[in-house]
Ligand binder design. Structure first.
Ligand SMILES: O=C(O)CCC(=O)C(=O)O
Ligand SMILES: [Fe+2]
Length: 341
């Protein structure tokens, strides 16, 4: 399948579709690029913690529906200042504007890399760059690139605020699952959790031979947050249709990660997503995968397993999952195919 050929070449933040999930991919190749502007749920972060009981219950019910029926949503009113996001995105743009020689300093060296720069090429054409990326590990012990000046600090500011939001969101998600709010924090040992972030830049389509910027894949971790400089490119699969992600101003795009799917035994699924190059502008995105601690062995929790819902995934430590198939943790590779029973 063409889809499979493409995925072997690119290196998204996470793993590629496996046989089980690929049944969700529209199989008619002529339709493969068709996408829809269907509505995506919007969750108001402040309301998830509102003092008013009714307001809070309503917001939590909306969050439950978004996690269960979609696996992704826009988060508004998250409290991260626009300037913090803008500075991080501007820093990314400046980094990618460095000379190739300067960027090569961050090319893969060995398995202890905490910063990794690289290029994603077009399938079958290794001259055609579809995506340039820079990966870092924001947590624990963030270490940013030494140049351009101020970039590392701008990233650190963003990651700190982003992590606060994600921790609180994980508390709200715990409640939507019927648990006490610290549930996810405890099962994933979030305090020692490993976060992997990719900064991506995609050229406009007219500079490329195919519009696929990043092939369909899933992300590891429990929750993934994403900010970007412009709309137009990211698509998520919902009920067999590719939905365009059109983020409202100053929002964050959130999706469930594989480990939330495993823990909930498939109740909160990790959605397939991809990037199509837009035909106008260079797009920059900043997705961050928030994951369990590396030694955490994640399996479906007892609460989601019964005689009608037998365990659908086997356990593996998060480190083994990320490093599956010979990759280093900074590649954020997952291996759902090996985890599914
Ligand atoms: O660039 C995007 O919008 C998405 C990137 C992504 O899905 C990834 O790096 O895993
Ligand atoms: Fe992704």
């Amino acid at each position: 399948m063409a889809e499979t050929a493409q995925v072997l070449i690119q290196t998204p933040l996470s793993h590629q579709p496996n046989n089980t999930h690929s049944s969700f991919i529209p199989t008619d190749s002529s339709q493969e690029l068709i996408s829809f502007d269907d509505e995506i749920p919007t969750i108001d972060y402040q309301l998830l913690f509102a003092h008013d009981h009714d307001q809070r219950s309503k917001a939590l019910a909306e969050l439950r529906r978004a996690c269960e029926e979609y696996g992704f949503f826009y988060l508004v009113n998250h409290g991260i200042p626009e300037s913090v996001i803008e500075r991080a995105l501007e820093g990314i743009s400046e980094f990618f504007n460095l000379t190739d020689e300067e960027k090569r300093e961050f090319e893969k060296k060995d398995s202890t890399d905490r910063i990794r720069w690289g290029l994603g090429f077009s399938p079958g054409d290794h001259q055609m760059v579809k995506r340039e990326y820079l990966k870092v590990l924001p947590h624990p012990n963030f270490q940013g690139p030494s140049k351009p000046l101020g970039f590392s600090e701008a990233l650190e500011d963003y990651y700190k605020r982003d992590r606060e939001v994600i921790l609180n969101l994980a508390r709200a998600v715990s409640k939507t699952l019927g648990f006490e709010e610290s549930y996810l924090e405890k099962v994933f040992d979030v305090e020692n959790g490993t976060d992997v972030s990719a900064m991506n830049v995609y050229p406009p389509w007219f500079e490329s031979n195919t519009p696929i910027g990043l092939p369909a894949h899933f992300d590891a971790g429990y929750l993934v947050s994403l900010v970007q400089n412009v709309n137009g490119g990211l698509q998520a699969l919902h009920k067999g249709r590719w939905i365009n992600v059109n983020m409202p101003p100053n929002s964050i795009f959130i999706n469930n990660g594989d480990h939330l799917e495993i823990l909930t035994n498939g109740k909160y699924k990790s959605p397939m997503h991809r990037v199509i190059l837009n035909n106008k502008v260079k797009r920059i995105s900043l997705p961050t995968v928030h994951g369990p601690s590396l030694d955490k062995f994640v399996i479906p929790a007892d609460e989601f397993v019964d005689e009608f819902h037998p365990p659908a995934y086997r356990g593996m430590t998060y480190k083994e999952v990320l490093e599956a198939n010979g990759y280093h943790i900074i590649d954020g590779k997952s291996c759902m195919a090996q985890l599914r029973l």
